[in-house]
Design a binder for this molecule. Structure first.
Ligand code: HEC
Ligand code: HEC
Length: 282
């Protein structure tokens, strides 16, 4: 039985391989003015990689183009909706996000690049989604969003816009270190019937094709991501769940401590790439 599943796991990549193609050489400039770094040296703590690439570099040229102009990028419908939410009073405190934070394009500049990050007051590692919900419940006195809901991804996308082009720069040491270690261990753990780890696909096999899909390094500098496949913005932990399900494993729930740790670790593998969110993928 073990031999069969191992053979299947290997066959998934080997026999379905259409070939191998490195990241392409295209350059990402959004709206003709925001230059985004899609290739950088790997951070020293990533043992298995010397170079890091954004997932954008593995997509088809027409998908790439859709992300290069905000008028073509379908994610901007959600961004516009979230801008209205940002300015609208909601909840029992009679406040809007703007009541405290003013213009999102000014106050949230650089924020997306540093998440997940340590929150001193709460004594916890927070994802951007957790921080948005914390402000909703504590400051607006409103209901939290469902973790991977359309409203959440739209708000994450809006908050990401003023950070586009800035290098991802999440902390890996200090108070986050033990969480980061936990995430790293998960990244190299083989899950499911196929016994595949994140690293088996995104570190050992990026550049290869798997079921006609060009494997990237699974970086998260582009999240939330508008996928042409499901025509909506996708939350990063939703994507983790999809990848784990593909190995035929039980997955963790969105917002769980395990996924917070995994998100921190995966984000750190992209330190140095430019924030792209909201990006476009297939
Ligand atoms: C009553 C004032 C208030 C309101 C209203 C408010 N916030 Fe906040 N927000 C804060 C404070 C204070 C912090 C810093 C919190 C901390 O560090 O623990 C913060 C931090 C944040 C951060 C993290 C910034 C960083 O530099 O890491 C984000 C993102 C955020 N808020 C989003 C929102 C959103 C979205 C809304 C509307 C749903 C909102 N906030 C409403 C007061 C508010
Ligand atoms: C069986 C192979 C496989 C495994 C195992 C796997 N993935 Fe993926 N993953 C894919 C494929 C195929 C895609 C779509 C093509 C691409 O972007 O690489 C993808 C896409 C992604 C993306 C989207 C990248 C982008 O730029 O939009 C992320 C993030 C990701 N994976 C993270 C993970 C994490 C974290 C794990 C481990 C929990 C994991 N994956 C395990 C195959 C895998």
């Amino acid at each position: 039985m073990l031999r069969t599943t191992t053979a299947l796991a290997v066959g998934l990549i080997a026999t379905a391989t259409l070939g191998w193609a490195d990241a392409d050489e295209n350059e990402l400039v959004v709206n003709g003015e925001i230059e985004i770094t899609t290739h950088a040296p790997a951070p020293a703590y990533v043992d298995g990689l010397t170079e890091i690439y954004s997932g954008w570099r593995f997509r088809e040229p027409d998908t790439q183009l859709t992300q290069m102009d905000d008028f073509d990028n379908p994610a901007f419908l959600a961004v516009d909706a979230a801008q209205i939410t940002w300015d609208t009073v909601e909840g029992e405190a009679g406040k809007s996000c703007a009541s405290c934070h003013g213009d999102v394009m000014e106050s949230m500049k650089g924020v997306r690049a540093t998440y997940p990050k340590w929150n001193e007051t709460a004594g916890e590692v927070r994802t951007l989604a957790m921080q948005i919900n914390d402000c909703r419940t504590e400051n607006l006195k409103a209901e939290p969003y469902d973790y991977t809901s359309g409203k959440m991804t739209a708000m994450e996308a809006l908050i990401s816009v003023p950070s586009r082009g800035m290098p991802v720069n999440v902390a890996v040491d200090g108070p986050v270190q033990s969480t980061w270690e936990q995430g790293k261990e998960m990244y190299y753990t083989r899950y499911g019937q196929l016994e595949l780890s994140c690293a088996n696909c995104h570190e050992d096999n990026y550049g290869n094709y798997i079921r006609a899909d060009h494997l990237s390094q699974g970086q998260i500098n582009g999240f939330p991501v508008y996928r042409l496949k499901n025509t909506k913005l996708n939350q990063v932990q939703d994507r983790f769940q999809g990848c784990i399900r593909d190995t035929r494993a039980e997955t963790f729930s969105a917002g769980s401590p395990e996924f917070v740790a995994l998100e921190l670790y995966v984000a750190s593998r992209g330190n140095g790439l430019g924030v792209e969110a909201p990006s476009v993928r297939n």
